[in-house]
Design a binder for this molecule. Structure first.
Ligand code: ZN
Length: 340
């Protein structure tokens, strides 16, 4: 598919490569289970198991992991080890270490620990902004501007991603007009965010809505994963609350999204939707793309093995996903050529 001329061959790397080089992946998977998943689980995964989990995800081929959130430990004791987790993740060569932080203090702590990128969450609705961040949207945008100013002065290499929560529907307000999302996306672009993402926090999205949303975002603020004309809109972040996670990711792929957030075993869930998983399941998402011939650089068998620290540290926690239950089909030929 690529018509690019390969550069002169470089000397072979000395360390064995677990997966195909990044440059040849067709889609990027960003594992968010250690943040989005664990923040939704009341129990705490012990730090050594958390680190072992991240290592296992890396070994499976993941090269982008959102490892934690920098929030006060009294609000989220599950993630009180945030700095230690980031420092550990940074020891894995070539791993892009992402964190979430809701304010400047959190961004500063994430930068001090060594995160490459921080997602700052904002809400598409005033109701969710008040409930989740305890501030109006305008104030959250103003704070993002301050965060960017601090970054420019003190941590120039830190990537600031603005993440718009409840962009496809809000469990408090209900439907969210696309115009509201676009107005906020433009405001965040103006405030200096390096990328702007939309999240289906509540699992309300459907594929037609996903298509409309990304087509408009790409038209107005551009696509971060478009190598020809890069822009600001980042990857897809969908939840599988109503079983449409894969369908929504495929709809996003079809209109040009190339980075996808997902969580191993669909860890997480929603207290308001019993039985619902959290983010789209990484194992199923990787299987879908690999089976379609779209390389992720991730070995789905190794991914399933990466569930072990979760099963050990959170016994009884539901682990979702269909591919781990059924196994890969006979004759399965993944797009990513995995070296022995
Ligand atoms: Zn989420």
């Amino acid at each position: 598919m690529s018509s690019q001329v390969r550069p002169q061959l470089e000397p072979a790397p000395t360390a064995p490569q677990a997966t195909v080089p990044r440059a040849t992946t067709a889609v990027q998977i960003c594992e968010v289970g250690p943040r989005d998943g664990l923040q939704s689980v009341a129990r705490t995964l012990a730090t050594p198991l958390k680190l072992a989990w991240i290592d296992a995800l890396y070994a499976a081929g993941l090269r982008q992991i959102e490892v934690t959130s920098f929030v006060p430990a009294r609000l989220m004791p599950q993630l009180a080890d945030a700095a230690e987790v980031v420092r550990h993740a940074r020891t894995q060569p070539g791993l892009k270490v992402l964190a979430l932080a809701p304010n400047l203090k959190g961004v500063q702590a994430a930068a001090a620990a060594g995160a490459h990128a921080v997602t700052v969450p904002l809400s598409a609705t005033e109701a969710h902004s008040q409930a989740n961040l305890r501030k109006p949207i305008a104030q959250a945008v103003a704070e993002l501007r301050q965060i960017v100013a601090w970054r420019n002065a003190e941590a120039p290499s830190l990537h600031i991603d603005a993440g718009i929560s409840v962009a496809f529907g809000c469990s408090i307000q209900g439907p969210v007009p696309q115009d509201d999302v676009m107005r906020l996306a433009h405001a965040l672009a103006q405030a200096g965010a390096d990328s702007v993402g939309v999240a289906d926090t509540t699992g309300y999205a459907n594929p037609a809505q996903v298509r409309r949303m990304y087509l408009r975002l790409f038209a107005e603020i551009g696509n971060a994963d478009n190598p020809v004309r890069p822009g600001l809109c980042g990857g897809a972040h969908v939840h599988n609350t109503r079983g449409l996670g894969l369908a929504n990711c495929l709809a996003a792929y079809d209109v040009g999204v190339r980075t996808f957030d997902s969580s191993l075993a669909g860890l997480g869930g929603c207290p308001h939707a019993p039985g619902a998983s959290g983010n789209v399941v990484t194992e199923d998402l990787v299987f879908m793309f690999e089976a379609m011939g779209l390389a992720t650089g991730i070995d789905v068998q190794a991914l399933m093995a990466a569930r072990a620290p979760l099963a050990e540290g959170l016994p009884g926690e539901p682990l979702y996903g269909m591919t781990p239950l059924a196994g890969v089909p006979k004759g399965y030929a993944p797009a990513s050529a995995v070296a022995a």
